[in-house]
Structure formats: C-alpha cells, structure tokens
Write a protein that binds this ligand. Structure first.
Ligand code: SAM
Length: 457
C-alpha cells in the first residue's frame, strides 16, 4: 500500500459517485480502479485527493463538491466533521433507510443463498428518534501534551477528539462524561499510558437507562490499584442520576476494550431498564441494545415473526440479560437461554425473578458447545431465536442446526455480510421467508435486521 502524506501533494481528481459502500463511503472509479471517498454521496461529482493506494482499490479524501446530491442535508451544527460514527449524517433520513435495505439486498446478491431472488426484503423500519438515541458513551482517555483528553478517536487515526459533540448520544451521558473528565483532572488521577507502560484509567463508560434515567459508570483501568480511584468514585456518585460506579480491570495485551474483572466501587449493583413492560437489571458488562426506544420495535418484530405456540421449547441463543426469552416466555412451554458472559447469565436469572417468569432457565457457555449438549440430552428444540455478535454463527453450530432443524427459527443479525453467508448454509434446509431491516443506529451505516426462516418440507 502506498500512503500519501499531507506534504506529498496529490493532485485533485474529479470523481462521479456511483453508490455508497458498506461503511457509508461514496464509491466511484478512477482509471478503472474503485475509489472510496467518505462523505461523498451517490450522484455527486466531487473533487477528491487520493490518500492511499492499494493493489485493488484507492482511498480518497473529499476536497469539494462540484455537483451536489438533492439528498444531501446539512451536517449537524457545532459537530466536528471528523467525529466517527456519523458517516451518514449528510444523507436525508429516508435515503439512509433505503441504503440499509440495499445493504442486505447487495449482500444476498453477493453470496446468493438458495433462491435469494425470492427473499422478501422489506423496507427498513425507521427509528423513533434520529438523534440523541444512544444510551451508552464509551470514551477513551489519554494525556496529550500535559492535558487530559476524553473522547472518541477520529476514524482510522490515533487522534482522540476531546469531548466531541455527539448528536446521536443521549445528552445526559455526554454531560456525565464531561463532569467525570473535570473530576479526573481536579484529582490528578493516573491516566493509563501505553508508551510509558503506566497504569491508570483507560476508558470511561457511561450507560443510562431510558426507563429510569439511572446512570451506571464504569472506569476501565490498566492495573488494579489506582491511587485515588475510590475517592473519584464517591465524587462521581454525586453527579445527577449516577447510581453506581464500577472498576473494570484490563491489560494492554487485551485487544477488547473490557477486561474480565469487574468490581463495584460504590452504589447499586445494577441499573434497571424496561422493554415492553418487562423490567431488566443490567450489570456493567452485560450487553444491552444501544437504542432502547427502537429496541422495543426490534423485539416486537422478532416475536411476531417467531409465531410461537404454547407447547414449544424456545431456545434463546446469545441471550444477553434474557430480554427476548423473557418477553416470549408466556407464549411457550419453556425457554432455555444460552449466553457466554457469566454476569449476563446472572442478570438473566435475576430478571426472570423480577418479572415472575418461572419457565425460563439460562445456561452459561457458548452456543456452539451448549446446543449440541441439549440435543444429546434429548431437549426438544422446536423454536429458536439467534442474536449473535457481528461475526455471525459458528460453522459447527450451523451444522448442528441443520441436524436439529428447529421448526420455528428467527435470526436477528447486526451484520448483513455474515447474515448472507450464514443463510447460504442454512438455506440447505430452510427457505428464507423475509428479512426486515430495523434502523437501530441512525446517522451511521450500522445495520440490524430480523430474518424469518421456514423449514422446507
Ligand atoms: C448481539 S448480543 C444479543 C443479546 C440479547 N439477545 C439482547 O438482545 O440483548 C450477543 C450476545 O451474545 C453473547 N455471545 C457472544 N458470543 C457468544 C457465544 N459464542 N455463545 C454464547 N453467547 C455469546 C454476548 O455476550 C452478547 O450478550
């Protein structure tokens, strides 16, 4: 790859944008090579510079728009254009929804599961709010030239944007991050430093419940004993809506943001969230959807497509804190949830008690390991909902599913490519009846959708 630095001046090139790529960048062609230009929209003619040259494609930077798309809308006021997570903020919302419908159509065309032309891909379900919907802020912290920076990295860079105005992030989570930065500065807390291998705070996570407005703060640290951390936690507890402060400990070698050890520094062990009149306790490391208002619609859609009957055993695979299984529990004989994170399993069990659900149990382990065990034990697996991470379903798991053949099967996915690839294998035994994209993350290219699979006779 040739990377062009700012001082090696590149000449301007003129590109007509043909379509959007999976990451929301404009796509055009230059000398028969595909070029990706973030911020450019389909139909536009733009002036760009090449920033990186790869054997099969080019990366470009938008310099100026010569011919503007009628779908272009102003970027949110006062927001740094370099902030990540706003890749589609220049595109009219109805076109964002169309883009998300096309993302899955393109993935189906690329991987072509059996009879893919016949799969009904519905229109994307719009989110109730296009802005300020995100309930969790996960900001990195660093010392830069003696000053603290707390925020998000500019895409493809190591440059942290300090306290970015995030028009997708709930205002209260942004206020809380600001106040925490002030407290860290005032108390001169140690901030983790990778270059000097110094222990300290690395990430500040603020999660808010939409139902109760409670705020849970987690300080992710490198090293366990950070001087002054307990006092900082007590000061954070005085901020509006904060009900607990946790420490999560990790190491530099860990590629994930979160480590495995979480301890409560002060306050409640959980925050309480509500979906479709059921209550859910959330511990810091347990997954919960980032857009609670739209989660209600996502789960309603999934439950409608599951079409359960009272005699069935429902497997809630990748169950998190037990949301889907608990919501479905009064429609089936029993629910068995499978989840890898132990705290999330504890939360799911606690959430059953909280909602007076007596026919659900949760197993800690990986779905690929636990599901074959259930099959061996002769558990009737007649209804299944899977909601895996972006990597999709494990191949061995798909093999098991093709043997077990649950009659009712719904797949919630957050990645159209892995979904389409998994459908290629699953369509050996199943017809893919329909896919409904649901917009969980307006202004971003992030995709979510519900798929109904029907066992072929
Ligand atoms: C997209 S979340 C879905 C959670 C839940 N269904 C919900 O809607 O809140 C995926 C969940 O799968 C868990 N997970 C990831 N890989 C897993 C695996 N191989 N087996 C079981 N659980 C897994 C994660 O911890 C996370 O809770």
């Amino acid at each position: 790859m040739t990377k062009f630095t700012k001082n090696k001046r590149q000449k301007d090139i003129i590109i007509t944008i043909k379509r959007l790529g999976i990451n929301g960048e404009g796509i055009g062609y230059y000398k028969k090579k595909i070029i990706f230009i973030p911020g450019a929209l389909p139909g536009e003619v733009v002036v760009a510079k090449i920033t990186n040259e790869h054997p099969h494609y080019l990366e470009g930077e938008l310099v100026r728009i010569k011919e503007k798309s009628p779908d272009r809308v102003p970027f949110p006021k006062g927001v740094n254009q370099e902030t990540g997570g706003l890749e589609l903020a220049n595109l009219a919302y109805n076109k964002q929804l169309e883009f998300k419908q096309h993302l899955i159509l393109d993935a189906l065309r690329k991987y072509h599961p059996r009879n893919y032309q016949k799969i009904k891909v519905k229109k994307t379900l719009a989110a109730p709010a296009e802005l300020y919907y995100r309930n969790k802020a996960q900001y990195q912290i660093e010392l830069f030239k003696g000053k603290t920076r707390l925020g998000l990295y500019a895409p493809n860079s190591h440059r942290l944007i300090d306290l970015p105005e995030m028009p997708t992030q709930s205002l209260q989570t942004q206020k809380t991050e600001r106040a925490i930065k002030h407290l860290i500065d005032k108390a001169h807390l140690h901030i983790a430093n990778y270059r000097k291998h110094l222990d300290g705070i690395k990430t500040v996570v603020v999660r808010e419940s939409k139902a109760t407005q409670e705020i849970q703060v987690t300080l992710i640290t490198i090293g366990k004993n950070i001087p002054g951390l307990k006092k900082l936690a007590q000061d954070i507890m005085q901020l509006p809506h904060v009900v607990s402060v946790f420490q999560n400990e990790t190491q530099w070698q860990n590629a994930q943001v979160w480590g495995n050890k979480t301890i409560k520094l002060t306050g409640k062990s959980h925050i309480m969230e509500e979906i479709l009149e059921k209550k859910f306790k959330l511990s810091p490391r347990a997954f919960f959807q980032l857009n609670p208002a739209q989660t209600t619609n996502l789960y309603s859609e999934a439950l409608k497509l599951l079409d359960l009957t009272p005699d069935q055993t429902l497997i809630d695979a990748y169950s998190g804190v037990g949301t889907l299984g608990i919501l479905a529990s009064d429609r089936v004989r029993q629910v068995i949830g499978i989840e890898s994170i132990p705290e999330a399993v504890d939360d799911a069990q606690e959430n059953c008690r909280l909602n007076h659900v007596q026919n659900a149990q949760y197993i800690q382990g990986t779905v690929e390991k636990v599901l074959p065990d259930l099959k061996k034990q002769g558990v009737p697996i007649d209804a299944l909902i899977v909601d895996p991470p972006r990597t999709g379903l494990n191949k061995q798991l798909i093999k098991t599913l093709l043997e077990v053949k649950p009659k009712t099967f719904v797949y919630i996915s957050c990645n159209p490519s892995t979904l389409a690839k998994d459908l290629v294998l699953l369509s050996e035994a199943y017809d893919v009846r329909l896919i409904k994209p649901v917009d969980m993350m307006p202004q971003t290219p992030r995709w979510e959708g519900v798929t109904k699979l029907v066992l072929r006779k």
